[in-house]
Design a protein around this ligand. Structure first.
Ligand code: GCO
Ligand code: MG
Length: 402
């Protein structure tokens, strides 16, 4: 029997920080898992290194479901992003190994293709409305069928989602950046630029918007109702996801579809949202919600309630996560959309991924496993650099949801 011989944890910052797990079997087969938890990376690296790696050595890499149950139930302490990200990395690496051993891309192990390609959306943004419109144009020219639009609120300053460099990257400072927030100014301004995007470009593509947990339920209801004519594909994270019943209130007031889940880590966190049909898209990911095994379970539950998938795919999800997401997206019946922001060039020097983009869609590669290689030597050129996500403060100085 092949056994797990080695499990290594790499922390590197090629453009931004990624934590990567590599498992090697006694037959010399390797598998990769992403273990990146933005701004709290070393906690997961330690969870893996200090608590999970010793449990993996000598185990059968083929028993993926059993390993998941062993690590989840064996922790005793349930859920939480640090635990779930660590379990995700092990699970993803074992699927990569299983694919390589079988000589099949992972999506074949999940039942094969349900579609030809995976529709993605990317992030258009602007410091004002004209620059946002230029950016939307750029994505449409690149062939995107879906675009997210965010613009800086005039006179307020640092608004969520506005890009500075080539790729939007919120974790940019060595101590948390403090950004001002004014709900009323946002509520007045954001609908006007979503209308402006539709006026200029029409309705031949999907338009998305991320509220990033900033509103109360009744404010979110007002926003959703106001933007109905812009026919959004979704309004994302309108209110913090911990209070699941809040979504019922929003729903009573608007037909704007709702997407939630990037900060949620298990099927139990989304159970009520799904079974009560309080959302339209579930945004849980391979890296934070228990790997391929658990994400598939969440998506199967969602399918029963006509909730579609819309996995988070920001820059802090490594190319390993993105590849795993594409394998799942291409296979599940209730796929909705995949977020895709791309990565900076330094990231591509360390992770070689076979995922390709064409005509607004991502395609998995046909290599056995996930189709991603980790270049350890290249990673050494990018030592770990700590970076924090920002925090938001209301104009009176109190802390708001970022
Ligand atoms: C998105 C997200 C990101 C997050 C980031 C936090 O929809 O892409 O909201 O921009 O803020 O992933 O780590
Ligand atoms: Mg988001």
């Amino acid at each position: 029997m092949s056994t797990i011989e080695r499990a290594e944890v790499f922390v590197a910052s090629p453009g931004r920080t990624f934590v990567t797990l590599r498992i090697t079997t006694s037959d010399g087969v390797t598998g990769l898992g992403d273990a990146t938890l933005n701004g709290r990376e070393l906690a997961v690296a330690s969870y893996l290194q200090d608590h999970l790696v010793p449990l993996l050595i000598g185990k059968d890499p083929a028993r993926i479901e059993d390993m998941w149950q062993y690590l989840y139930k064996g922790a005793y302490w349930r859920r939480g992003p640090v635990t779930m990200t660590a379990i995700s990395a092990v699970d993803t690496a074992l699927w990569d190994i299983k694919g390589k051993v079988a000589g099949l891309p992972v999506y074949q192990l999940l039942g094969g293709r349900s579609r030809d390609g995976v529709m993605v959306y990317s992030h258009a943004s602007g410091t004002d409305v004209p620059s946002l419109l230029d950016d939307v144009q750029r994505y449409l020219d690149l062939g995107y069928k879906a675009v997210r639009a965010q613009a800086a609120v005039p006179d307020v300053g640092g608004t969520y989602g506005v890009r500075k460099g080539t790729v939007y990257e919120p974790a940019a400072s060595t101590l948390p950046d403090e950004q001002p927030w004014d709900t009323e100014a946002y509520l007045r301004f954001a609908p006007t630029y979503l209308d402006a995007v539709r006026e200029r470009f029409g309705f031949g593509f999907h338009l998305l918007h991320d509220v990033h947990h900033r509103l109360t339920p009744i404010e979110a209801a007002r926003f959703g109702k106001r933007v109905e004519d812009a026919q959004l594909f979704w309004m994302e994270d309108p209110t913090p996801a911990e209070n699941q019943e809040a979504f019922r209130l929003i729903r009573q007031h608007t037909t704007t579809p709702l997407a939630v889940g990037e900060v949620l880590t298990s099927i139990w966190d989304v159970q009520h949202l799904i079974t009560e049909q309080l959302i339209d898209y579930v945004r849980t990911t391979v890296v934070h919600a228990g790997g391929i095994t658990h994400l598939r379970r969440i998506f199967d539950l969602a399918a029963l309630y006509q909730v579609r998938t819309g996995s988070h795919g920001a820059t802090d999800l490594s190319p390993v996560s993105l590849a795993a997401a594409v394998h799942i997206d291409i296979a599940v019946p209730n796929f909705g959309i995949q977020e895709y922001m791309g990565h900076v060039d330094e990231t591509a020097e360390v992770f070689r991924s076979g995922v390709t983009f064409a005509d607004g869609m991502l395609h998995p590669c046909e290599e056995p496993g996930l189709g991603v290689e980790y270049d350890e030597k290249a990673a050494e050129r990018f030592p770990y650099e700590p970076r924090y996500l920002p925090v938001a403060r209301r104009l009176d100085g109190s802390v708001h949801d970022w």
